[in-house]
Design a protein around this ligand. Sequence first.
Ligand code: TXA
Ligand code: MG
Length: 331
Amino acid sequence: MNPSQSQPPYRSPSDIHRAAQLLREGGLVAFATETVYGLGANALDPVAVSRIFEVKKRPSFDPLIVHIADIRQLEQLATDFPTKARRLADRFWPGPLTIVLPKTDIVPDIVTSGLPTVAIRIPSHPAALELLRLADVPVAAPSANLFGSVSPTCADHVRRQLGDSVDCIVDGGDCSVGVESTILSFAADPPAILRFGGLAQEQIEAVIGAVAVADHTETCPSSPGRLEHHYATETPLLLLDSIPLPPKDKRAGLLALQAPTGVQGFAAVEELSADGDLAQAATRLFAAMRRLDALDLDMIYATIVPNRGIGRAVNDRLYRASRNKPRLEYT
Ligand code: TXA
Ligand code: MG
């Protein structure tokens, strides 16, 4: 994480105390994390959690991630913490890794959509960590956007979409990672990546060896964030291998890792990283999608990025935002 991106102005100490108190009282608090903004409620309070589903218009079959501040809180949530999971937690928490483990009875069914497992992570944003520490309860939090739409990477995104429905927004500035956490399930052996995200598969495998990758082209009720047509823009988005010629009869936007100098004919161009840096591309992806979406274009053309490291998460989100048929090359 780049600390300069997660420093104040995020909140005054009294704000964060108030936000923590709201969580303990059953309120809904949107808060910055290093990945995307979350929409949080006390994970042990089923009524509070039900408000998350209402506000997001999220189907009840889509389970939530439980956020904690300290690894010692994991004991009350999970019945087993396998050695490989522990080694990853030691290495990458706090950070953009979510670990799926068998759940204890204390975790309400509404959080896990009735699954016998619970998804857990410790976020690394200082505002999130402080909020979680002060609240002193595990916090269930999906991304703070309406179900199916693009995840928020700054407080303003949350304000515009959900501002009237939340009790408080902990503004931590722009998210430094910019795509959601990587989800790794220990429900089977070998562990399986259910969603590519801010932590690269290569980094995970360097610590615990080979992991499985769940088939990202199938719609899978065990991790519905993988449902097709998620992270969608209102404007139709077409995903391509390379930059096309601009259409003559349409106002089209271009979303590319690097835009060649002098590229012409598009109504708007979003270059994700002039240097071709995949981490920077991930950080900027969702805001760029929102900006293009606000221009009332006929079409957005997006091009895939190199499919390695965090590039896999970028391609996954672009693919899901697109109207393309599944293609294994960029899953
Ligand atoms: O970076 C993130 O993970 C962000 C921030 C706020 O922490 N959260 C996030 O939450 O992306 P959400 O709800 O948008 O995505 C959570 C994903 C869903 O796709 C859900 O299916 C999966 O986690 N999930 C949650 N519990 C699960 C479980 N027990 N087994 C398998 N997948 C699970
Ligand atoms: Mg989400």
